[in-house]
Design a protein around this ligand. Structure first.
Ligand code: 13P
Ligand code: SF4
Length: 305
């Protein structure tokens, strides 16, 4: 299957972009693996004819928005909808915009329609930087309330989260009990958590960062043991990097059941079928692309400095 995928990639001038949460067998056939911000940048720079996305819906949509002349394929459609990305919609935005005259910052974990209404997007890697750069003390922000908590703490700004209770079901699973239980078993380990985790879990963490931030932290640290507070397969991603460097460190999941089932709907078989039949192509309205592109490109520009 891997040979067939590689052959088709070459024949069709295609690349595979994969998110850090994909399992090892998919990471191994990917041309690039990264967090949401890095994947946006790669998609924008891609000069292949086809981009196959091993990730969830909003990631493939962002690739299409940033590089609309390319054929962007998502190997599975129905099962790969990130639930959080569908928690913020036009009606909610218009309701809040009526009430507050403030810039709207949306997480990239949103639909293309939502991005088209935003002043700028952000990811877990740059949310505080993006919010700090805006010339307003009051910010409309959505949909993740835990990322909003993190940004508020970092920037001191008045962050109004829309909708009030947006969030990711995978990261909301982590509790203080998990932290106490795992810390007791591994008292010397560094606890890294994603900013999508609940505030009380963030408060106990040593490091709060994006998925690629975690990869870099573990690789560059002199420490030997790390508790990983995000989707479980990030551990496989870090292990592959450690293997390449001939390093061996202990990686402990904060919970064994922190699994994003939408990410896991992508399989090698579906990637092969996607390349063979060129399905499922992402198609978006041109006006939406133009508006959403401005919001994402503004974020990419600000992330460079
Ligand atoms: P990252 O941008 O940190 O990879 O996060 C994406 C995501 O969906 C986390 O759940
Ligand atoms: Fe969406 Fe959560 Fe899965 Fe990330 S982990 S893609 S936010 S459901």
């Amino acid at each position: 299957m891997i040979d067939k995928i590689n052959k088709l990639k070459e024949e069709k001038n295609a690349i595979i972009l994969a998110h850090n949460y994909q399992p090892k067998e998919i990471l191994k056939i990917a041309d690039f693996v990264g967090d949401s911000l890095e994947l946006c940048i790669k998609a924008k720079e891609a000069d292949s004819d086809i981009i196959v996305f091993a990730g969830v819906d909003f990631m493939a949509e962002s690739a299409k928005i940033l590089n609309p002349d390319k054929k962007v394929l998502l190997p599975e459609v129905e099962g790969t909808k990130c639930p959080m990305a569908h928690q913020l919609n036009k009606d909610i935005i218009l309701k809040y915009k009526e009430k507050y005259s403030a810039p709207l910052v949306v997480y990239v974990n949103t639909t293309a329609e939502t991005k088209a209404l935003a002043d700028i997007t952000c990811t877990s890697a740059n949310a505080d930087k993006i919010v700090s750069s805006l010339d307003s003390d009051i910010i409309l922000f959505g949909p993740d309330k835990n990322l909003a908590y993190y940004v508020k703490k970092k920037t001191g700004k008045n962050i109004i989260n829309i909708p009030e209770d947006g969030g990711c079901y995978v990261h909301q699973k982590f509790t203080l009990e998990d932290v106490y239980r795992v810390r007791k078993l591994y008292p010397k380990a560094i606890l890294l958590v994603h900013p999508e985790c609940n505030p009380e879990v963030q408060e106990k963490a040593d490091i709060i960062t994006s998925t690629s931030g975690m990869v870099r932290y573990v690789l560059n640290s002199d420490e030997e043991e790390f508790i990983i507070g995000t989707e479980r397969d990030l551990i496989g991603r870090i292990e592959l990097e450690l293997e390449k460097l001939g390093l061996n460190k202990k990686l402990i999941p904060l919970r064994d059941d922190a699994i994003c089932k939408e990410m896991k709907r992508i399989t090698l078989n579906k990637i092969l079928e996607s390349l063979e039949k060129e399905k499922y192509e992402i198609n978006l309205d041109e006006e939406i692309i133009d508006k959403a592109k401005k919001a994402i490109e503004r974020m990419i520009e600000l992330s460079k400095n």
